[in-house]
Design a binder for this molecule. Sequence first.
Ligand code: ADE
Ligand code: ZN
Length: 329
Amino acid sequence: MTFKSIPKIELHTHLEGCAPPSFIKGLAAEKNIDISGIFAADGGYAFRDFDHFLQVYEAACTTLQSPEDFRRLTMAVLEETASHGVVYMESFVSPDFCGGGDLAAWRDYLAAMVDAANEAEEKLGITLRGIVTGIRHFGPDACKPAAICAVETFGSFITGYGMAGGEMAGRPGDYAYSFDMAREAGMPLTCHAGEWGGPSMVAETIRDLKVSRIGHGIGAIGDPALVEEIAEKEIVLEVCPGSNVVLKAVDGWALHPIVKLRDAGVKVTVSTDDPPFFHTTMTAEYDMLNRTFGWDEDDFKVVNETALAAAFCDDDTRARVAKRLEPAQ
Ligand code: ADE
Ligand code: ZN
């Protein structure tokens, strides 16, 4: 059974992390950059564990050096994602990888991404929105320029602020300054937490950063009272099961807590995170949820309705995307 053709929404992808290895290899060859060490014999990305994954990811990003590179990346990613039935996608985009956090450079990179996104929407019927992202292991001070870029370009394409990277770098409260800045500008917020950290990391993220969504959040499962609080506050989890399995945040699909979280009343959504790194696609995620837990079209309908309601886009966009989720007449 395959769920390739059903329309899907994903809220948690990293734009650079969606780059096909062949695309990055092509850029490296064009620019004479030797990053051959980040690829496996089968042509995919090669990494040992999460810390090494972050190093490989950053090495791949060294090939993305201009707005034109990001225009091409955005188009390549949207073509691949749309081929799996995705009709709306949110991607984390990092000013750190787009001109080193400089606002003027960021505006140029962003314009190129928006150009490609507009072209893809017209051609492929997929809508992309960006969430500006601070990189946690670069430290709280490095997240401030990212937040400034977010606030200055908040609008129809940049719809939120978030934080990715090494979760165990500091505590959530250390990053409150940039989240406060984004919140005061009216930006919706999300943050990676509970991918590696336990319940206290998730609880502090909710308390200190006041996010409405959490990236992953699976570490909450260790504290039933926290799970209840997440359900009660209607905080939405951007769950990425295939990523968790490959990075060994969980010991295999059968032990993934997505069903327990959902059954406890938590609003869960499904995304791919960095699909080529984890040899996954949205189709593969749905197929594995079906094979492992018996999820069917009705379950995926709920997941997509939850994702649509939690999307950071404006309501006109939400209404346009809702039409794409309706069954064909
Ligand atoms: N950046 C890209 N993928 C990530 C992940 N799974 N966790 C944290 N930061 C990331
Ligand atoms: Zn992520």
